[in-house]
Design a protein around this ligand. Structure first.
Ligand SMILES: NC(=O)c1ccc[n+]([C@@H]2O[C@H](COP(=O)([O-])OP(=O)(O)OC[C@H]3O[C@@H](n4cnc5c(N)ncnc54)[C@H](O)[C@@H]3O)[C@@H](O)[C@H]2O)c1
Length: 328
């Protein structure tokens, strides 16, 4: 790590953000967290108190242009990882707020980067920019598959990719947008695809849990995703690049089996539906690996085992209260 690195991470009280911050703090980087929330439970779940004490917190709303610009400037940031967003169900329930947070919020991050003279932004896009599985000839999408979002959330994420292109064209701000599919692991407790992680927690607690979907989809361990964001932020690029993430492309029944392999007593307690998620199974990530070199990849069984061990440990230490992982 270069000594002068100062990371500015938006939405870092969330699942991916907590792991990004954990990773950076363990490397000794300076980290400023910008988030509207005040609940540090995900950070506390994945970091030690003395690590958390090294993080600088700015409480602010990503939709407020001035506040974002001021915070970025005060942090004297050298790297920006923009994760703040509202997920699919929240955007569906409140589309105007979703547009403000997800689209205006991202524009604000680019504006702040421009004001500070920062040359690059890394931001979270999503696999939700793609259309329904029936619209594609491939089950695993090639890099040139056409985005056809069918949710407000997906449309907002695609708009961000378009705005990123314009910031490169007009202002020379380079960017990397990363499109995760289903992220799982400690801290994943909200959003449409959080059910596999909730099932892992339920199994540790000996509770029944039904994952409401089935079929094949891509699952990626949150620590891998976080490391990829950090790697991308440290990789200077030209242009407004966007990459799919891959992870493990697996059947939901394999997830149930992986949970049972870790906790045999969960047999029969954890079930999944039959209907697959509406999206294609996953996407190739060759283009991302060409840019970054090898990307971290934790195999499903290992990621499930690590997640369940983490939950067991956190429950025993009282960091996670029983059943607190149920959907918000
Ligand atoms: N988790 C996934 O499977 C997944 C998949 C695809 C894309 N993504 C994207 O990755 C990013 C991180 O995902 P996550 O799972 O960590 O999300 P999360 O919902 O756990 O966290 C989002 C964070 O954004 C913050 N936030 C919301 N509104 C804000 C506002 N107005 N101002 C400032 N902060 C605000 C929240 O307080 C929260 O801490 C998001 O952009 C998400 O859309 C996630």
């Amino acid at each position: 790590m270069a000594p002068q690195e100062r990371f500015f991470v938006t939405g870092a009280l969330g699942c991916i953000g907590a792991w990004v911050v954990r990773h950076l703090v363990r490397e000794g980087a300076e980290v400023t967290v910008f988030d509207r929330g005040r609940d540090r439970r995900r950070l506390a779940l994945v970091m030690e108190p003395e690590e958390l004490a090294r993080v600088r917190f700015v409480h602010g709303d990503i939709t407020a242009t001035e506040a974002v610009c001021r915070a970025l400037e005060e942090a004297q940031a050298t790297h920006v990882i923009h994760l703040a967003a509202l997920q699919v169900p929240f955007c569906k329930a409140r589309p105007p707020l979703g547009a403000a947070v997800n689209v205006v919020g991202t524009v604000n991050v680019f504006e702040a980067a421009k004001a500070l003279g920062l040359g690059q932004v890394v931001y979270a896009s999503s696999f939700a920019v793609y259309g329904r599985r029936s619209e594609y000839a491939h089950r695993i999408l090639p890099p040139d598959a056409e985005p056809r979002p069918f949710t407000h959330y997906g449309v907002y994420k695609l708009a961000n990719e378009g705005n990123a292109r314009v910031y490169w064209q007009d202002d020379g701000i380079a960017s990397i947008g990363l499109r995760p599919y289903t992220v799982y692991g400690p801290g994943r407790d909200q959003g449409m695809t959080s059910a596999p992680t909730q099932a892992m927690l339920a199994a540790v607690e000996g509770r029944p849990f039904h994952i409401p979907f089935g079929g094949v989809c891509a699952l990626q361990y949150v620590d891998d995703v976080a490391r990829i964001f950090v790697q991308a932020a440290r990789t200077p690029v030209q242009g407004a690049l966007v990459f799919n993430l891959r992870g493990s492309i697996v059947h939901m029944q394999e997830v149930v089996s992986a949970i049972e392999a870790v906790e045999p007593q969960a047999q029969g307690l954890i079930t999944c539906g039959t209907a697959p998620l509406p999206f294609p199974d996953g996407a190739e990530d060759g283009a991302l690996r060409s840019l970054l070199g090898e990307v971290p990849h934790t195999p499903l069984q290992e990621g499930v085992a690590r997640t369940m061990e983490h939950f067991r440990h956190a429950l025993a230490r009282g960091i996670l209260s029983p059943s607190s992982g149920t959907p918000d």
